[in-house]
Write a new protein. Structure first.
Lengths: 382, 180
């Protein structure tokens, strides 16, 4: 081989390699512009989907398939609680018109409280799920913060007592409670419910500092930060847990230890990777090389995680180095999410208006996470 | 900075440079080799200096870039590790062509180019210039001294530096996934 031949071959390899990289790992990241006002409007449209399709008794529309134009018979108490919580977050953000539908969703849950352990649980049937009671507690806490109304303080404390019963000595939380036997069901945990319970406990301590709910909260936060990913087989760690992010944000003033900050940093890094990859779907060929965009609920949780940790990153000097990048990532994620919703209009049916669809299907938590995330993203938007 | 220096040395791979041209000629032309090395060092430094505008033009963030760069470096390293250096070629007769060949493709490898941009974005132009200068100097010395380096030693060093490049590539890629 001559030097010339080798040089030409090298040029070909460089050119082909650059093209392959540009189509795959180095595809452009596209972040649509979004203003604060537009983000609020999109969040309100999502809330509009929830409220427009809500029944008089407070139950929400669970899902809708726009191809078949039908809803399934499924329902999920955890998601009902999460949707209600999201409505209260919007009330806290100033959208007082959502208090009435949120209270209807709340009443539906309070009608289903049952004695469990030393407290009460939100459950239908003989088994209570930790996540449902946790998010009901979070809903009540958000309502209390939004309205200063103490009328549900007893329920909050009783739900907190139930959560503590579900906690194991290492801080992990059991997912189920046998209401007939009056004790937790051993052996089953949930990657979602543990963080949801932690956020509930943290908010409870914020509301009632003298009751000692900070101790179980610290124990579960330590578990999430140090052991959960290994116990649950999360590869690669960490599980991008927006509930843990909410909890870290809530507990920021309590004096977080170094391992909590490390966990927060790892969560932010994970969200950064997810958002960047999603932004690459926005290029001309991105949907081919990077697959379809995630559900509105999935992308919404990234915004929630980033937004919940933002105040911590901007106030704790140990995270100051990534605070500017966090803002840029959050703004990008918000623009991407807002770009994919169904814009309401006179010819758009209420089961579609303001919703995010994946494979022609939308579910209540798509709108829940998107609305919550967009409100949390507002501070970084112009 | 240590990783940047080690990475650029591994991706320039002075041992592979020493084996790039046949060893049976006796036309030592240090000026051409030096000129090629200087060009390579300047190009790598320029790549590092232009990191921010290049990333802007590409519309990719540093984390995304580093993920791809790590893959390029690791693949280049794997090739050296698995099959060794490329077959040697006849030394170009013309001095300018020799200098050009030394610069590209012998010293300016894909791994070195992508790593230089990453180093520039993270550590700045001066650091890129120093690391690239050291790596290219070693590469130039490898070419100039190729007849006095035992062949088996050079072959072994190619693979060893390939292994180092794989490790550096993995570190860079993982770092890319952990960059917000």
């Amino acid at each position: 081989m001559t030097a010339r031949t080798r040089t030409v071959r090298a040029l070909v390899v460089w050119s082909v390699g650059a093209a392959v990289l540009r189509l795959s790992l180095w595809a452009p990241e596209v972040c649509p512009d979004l203003t604060r006002t537009e983000a609020r409007a999109v969040a309100l449209d999502a809330a509009g989907w929830i409220v427009e399709n809500q029944r008089d008794d407070g139950e929400y529309l669970y899902d809708f398939h726009r191809g078949r134009r039908e809803s399934s018979d499924d329902y999920n108490l955890v998601r009902h609680a999460g949707v209600t919580m999201s409505l209260y977050q919007l009330v806290r953000a100033g959208e007082l018109q959502l208090l009435e539908p949120a209270d209807r969703g709340l009443a539906w849950m309070l009608d289903r409280l049952q004695p469990a352990g030393f407290g009460t649980a939100f459950a239908v049937g003989s088994e209570a799920r930790l996540g449902a009671s946790s998010l009901l507690l979070v809903s009540l806490a958000q309502r209390r913060l939004a309205t200063d109304d103490p009328r549900f303080d007893v329920e909050m404390r009783e739900l907190g007592a139930f959560l503590v019963v579900q906690q194991r000595p290492d801080g992990s939380m059991l997912n189920l409670h046998d209401l007939d036997a009056g004790e937790p069901v051993p052996g089953e945990t949930s990657v979602f419910a543990t963080g949801e319970a932690l956020w509930g406990l943290a908010l409870l301590h914020e509301a009632f500092p003298h009751l000692g709910f900070d101790e179980p909260a610290w124990r579960t936060l330590d578990y999430l930060a140090l052991h959960r990913d290994e116990d649950e087989g999360m590869v690669p760690p960490p599980w991008p847990d927006q509930w843990a992010a909410y909890s870290l944000g809530e507990m920021a003033e309590w004096g977080l230890a170094e391992h909590h900050i490390t966990y927060a940093r790892r969560l932010l890094e994970r969200y950064g990777l997810l958002v960047r990859f999603d932004a690459q779907r926005g290029s001309l060929y991105g949907s081919l090389t990077h697959g379809p965009a995630p559900r509105g609920g999935g992308a919404g949780t990234w915004l929630e995680g980033l937004g919940a940790l933002r105040p911590l990153a901007h106030t704790d000097p140990r995270l100051a180095d990534i605070a500017p990048a966090l803002d840029a990532t959050l703004a990008c994620a918000a623009g991407r999410l807002a770009d994919r919703r169904v814009e309401p209009g006179p010819r758009v049916p209420p089961q579609e208006a303001g919703a995010w669809f994946y494979d022609d299907l939308t579910r209540m938590d798509d709108q829940q996470h998107a609305a919550s995330g967009l409100v949390l993203a507002e501070p970084v938007l112009p | 900075m240590t990783l940047a220096l080690l990475g650029l040395i591994a991706t320039v791979n002075p041992a592979a440079a020493a084996l790039a041209m046949v060893r049976d000629r006796r036309t030592d032309r240090p000026r051409s080799v030096a000129a090629g090395a200087v060009v390579a060092a300047l190009v790598l430094t320029a790549i590092g200096a232009s990191a921010d505008p290049v990333l802007d033009v590409l519309d990719v963030s540093l984390g995304t870039y580093r993920l791809g760069a790590g893959v390029v470096i690791a693949v280049a390293g794997l090739r050296w590790l698995a099959v060794g250096a490329a077959a040697p070629v006849e030394e170009p007769d013309d001095d300018r062509r020799l200098a050009g060949f030394v610069a590209f493709p012998v010293l300016l490898t894909p791994g070195a180019a992508v790593l230089a941009l990453s180093v520039g974005a993270e550590h700045g132009t001066a650091a890129t210039a120093i690391a690239a200068g050291v790596a290219v100097l070693l590469g130039g010395l490898g070419i100039f001294l190729r007849r006095s380096i035992p062949h088996l030693l050079a072959l072994g060093l190619v693979r060893l530096l390939g292994a180092v490049a794989v490790v550096v590539g993995v570190i860079v890629a993982v770092d890319g996934t952990q960059t917000l």
